[in-house]
Design a protein around this ligand. Structure first.
Ligand code: AMP
Ligand code: ZN
Length: 113
């Protein structure tokens, strides 16, 4: 069994609140939400970070982003929202499986911490 928690969630081996369950990706509620809406969109493929996505898989990145947009509409984040991809240790990444954070439901400060 994979030791990657997001691979295990995508496989149904770990519980999560699923907002999308698609052949190529899943969307889940973040366990420690940083905003009233905090969703993670993750590919089923185990790519350790944005930096590790093979060049031939670049179209998958557009698909992940489009799903964030669609979820933002469904979740009625019409006032605005933020999509974040923490990448690498200095980028604040703590789970080494590519994921996009969709955050909304409150005003977002700039610059981020
Ligand atoms: P990052 O720091 O960008 O790698 O984001 C990892 C995110 O995964 C954090 O926001 C965590 O709260 C979230 N997280 C960690 N474990 C789980 C889990 N089992 N289910 C849902 N979200 C999780
Ligand atoms: Zn994984």
């Amino acid at each position: 069994m994979s030791e990657c928690i997001f691979c295990r969630i995508a496989a149904g081996d770990l519980p999560a609140r699923l907002l999308r369950d698609e052949p190529d990706l899943v969307a889940i509620a973040d366990l420690h939400p940083q905003a009233p809406t905090h969703v993670l969109v993750l590919p089923r493929a185990h790519w350790t970070s944005l930096d590790a996505v093979p060049p031939q898989e670049t179209p998958a990145l557009g698909r992940l982003l489009a799903v964030c947009r669609d979820l933002a509409r469904e979740l009625e984040l019409g006032d605005g929202y933020r999509v974040v991809v923490n990448t690498g240790p200095a980028g604040g990444q703590t789970v080494d499986h590519l994921h996009l954070h969709l955050l909304g439901g409150r005003p977002m400060a700039w610059p981020p911490g």
